[in-house]
Design a protein around this ligand. Structure first.
Ligand SMILES: Cc1cc2nc3c(=O)[nH]c(=O)nc-3n(C[C@H](O)[C@H](O)[C@H](O)COP(=O)(O)OP(=O)(O)OC[C@H]3O[C@@H](n4cnc5c(N)ncnc54)[C@H](O)[C@@H]3O)c2cc1C
Length: 346
C-alpha cells in the first residue's frame, strides 16, 4: 500500500488547479483519470472578465484573475510550455443603441477596469461590422489542450497519475482511513466534471450539463490577431487557424460532435465573416453547468473525508484556481466556505 495525503478523481482544469494547491503545500497525492469527460480538453480556453451578452461583470472576476494568471504562469515556467496567450476580445456591436449601452456600462465600478471606452472601427474587408466593436481589457486564452496533455505527462513522470476509471464502489472506508486499489489516503477530492453523475456520493448535486461544440477553421484571408465576439466567438490560435464556438445544448449529454451544431456554427460565422475557410477540426464536450451558475465545493454531509470540486460551468479557466484555493483552505485550515459556492446549499 502506498500512503498519499489525497486521491483526486479527474484531471481537468479543476483538478489541475487543486493539484497545484497541494504541490505548493507539500502534500502528496495521486490522480485518477480515464478521459471519459472532454470539457477541459476541448474548451476554447478564454478568460474574459465580462459577460458580453449583458455587459456585466463576471462573478468575482478580479479575485479570480488574481489567482488564475499567476497559476498558469507558474505551470508554464515549471513545465516549460506556453499556454497563456494575451488576447484582445472585440465585441461586435449590432446597433448604435448597443454602443451606448457599452459606454454606459464602462462607467460602472466593477466593469471600469475591463471595458475600453474607445470605439474600435472595423478596417478588415472580410468582416462585416458597420457599428464597430467594444474592446475587453485583461482578457486572454489558455491553450487548455496543451495544458492538460502536458500536465498529465508531468504527473505520469512523477508517478502521480493512474490512467484508469475510478470505480466508486471499490473505495474502502473505515473510521480514519480510505483505501483504493494500492493507495491509502486521508481524503478524496472528486473533480469529475459532468462525470460526477456516476458518483454515488455526489450524484445528488444538481449539475445540468451543457454540451458545447467547437470548430477549428483555416481561413488564410481573415488575418486577425484579436478575438471577435458576435453570434459566435472567432478566436485566433495561430497559423491562420481560428476556433469558432460554441453551441449550448442542455439535452444531449454525449461528447459526440453533431452535424446540426456544425451547421449552426457555420451559419452564425457567415453572418459576419465573408472570406472562404476550411473546417479542420470539430469537437464536443459537456460543461459542468449548474442552474444558479455557481461552482459546487465542499465536503460530503455524512462521509467527512470525501470532497467535491465541480460546477465550473462555462468559465472553468478563471474559476478553477479560485475554487481550488478556497477548497484547500477549507479542508486544511478549516476556513468556512462562502455559502454561494458551498455544496451545503443543496
Ligand atoms: C465547447 C466548450 C467550450 C468552452 N469554452 C470555454 C472557455 O472559452 N473558457 C472557459 O473558461 N471555459 C470554457 N469551457 C468550460 C470549461 O471547459 C469547463 O468549465 C471546465 O473544463 C470544467 O473542468 P472540470 O475539470 O471541472 O471538468 P472536466 O474537464 O470534465 O474534467 C473532469 C475529468 O474527470 C475525469 N473523470 C470523470 N469521472 C471519472 C472517473 N470515474 N474516473 C476517472 N476519471 C474520471 C474525466 O475524464 C475528465 O478528464 C468550455 C467548455 C466547452 C465544452
Amino acid at each position: 500500500m502506498k500512503d498519499v495525503d489525497y486521491i483526486i478523481v479527474g484531471c481537468g482544469l479543476a483538478s489541475i488547479a487543486f493539484c497545484e494547491e497541494l504541490r505548493a503545500n507539500q502534500k502528496s497525492f495521486v490522480v485518477f483519470d480515464d478521459g471519459s469527460q472532454k470539457s477541459s480538453v476541448v474548451a476554447a480556453g478564454l478568460y474574459n472578465p465580462v459577460i458580453l451578452k449583458r455587459f456585466s461583470e463576471v462573478w468575482k472576476a478580479k479575485a479570480q484573475l488574481e489567482l488564475a494568471i499567476p497559476l498558469y504562469q507558474k505551470i508554464e515556467e515549471e513545465l516549460k510550455i506556453k499556454v497563456d496567450y494575451k488576447l484582445r476580445i472585440l465585441r461586435r456591436f449590432t446597433s448604435v443603441a448597443e454602443q451606448n449601452k457599452w459606454f454606459n456600462a464602462s462607467d460602472k465600478p466593477g466593469l471600469e477596469p475591463f471595458l475600453s471606452t474607445h470605439l474600435v472601427t472595423n478596417d478588415n474587408r472580410v468582416i462585416d461590422a458597420p457599428f464597430g466593436f467594444g474592446e475587453v481589457l485583461h482578457a486572454g486564452r489558455i491553450d487548455t489542450e496543451t495544458l492538460i496533455l502536458n500536465y498529465r505527462s508531468f504527473l505520469k513522470n512523477k508517478g502521480w497519475l493512474e490512467e484508469s476509471t475510478f470505480v466508486h464502489n471499490n473505495l474502502k472506508m473505515d473510521s480514519d482511513n480510505l483505501a483504493y486499489k494500492n493507495f491509502k489516503t486521508q481524503k478524496v477530492v472528486f473533480a469529475e466534471g459532468f462525470g460526477v453523475k456516476t458518483n454515488p456520493y455526489f450524484d445528488h448535486i444538481p449539475l445540468t450539463g451543457t454540451k458545447g461544440e467547437i470548430l477549428t477553421i483555416k481561413a488564410p484571408d481573415l488575418k486577425i490577431n484579436y478575438a471577435i465576439k458576435s453570434s459566435v466567438f472567432v478566436i485566433p490560435i495561430g497559423n491562420d487557424l481560428y476556433t469558432i464556438g460554441s453551441t449550448y445544448n442542455n439535452e444531449d449529454k454525449s461528447n459526440t460532435p453533431t452535424r446540426s451544431a456544425k451547421e449552426e456554427l457555420i451559419t452564425k460565422l457567415k453572418s459576419f465573416i465573408t472570406c472562404d475557410f476550411d473546417i479542420v477540426k470539430h469537437v464536443a464536450g459537456v460543461r459542468p453547468t449548474v442552474k444558479d451558475r455557481r461552482p459546487i465545493v465542499g465536503g460530503h454531509p455524512d462521509y467527512k473525508n470525501l470532497y467535491v470540486l465541480n460546477g465550473l460551468g462555462t468559465r472553468g479557466v478563471m474559476i478553477a484556481p479560485y475554487v481550488s484555493h478556497h477548497l484547500y483552505q477549507h479542508i486544511e485550515n478549516n476556513v468556512a466556505l462562502d455559502s454561494e459556492i458551498s455544496v451545503n446549499r443543496f
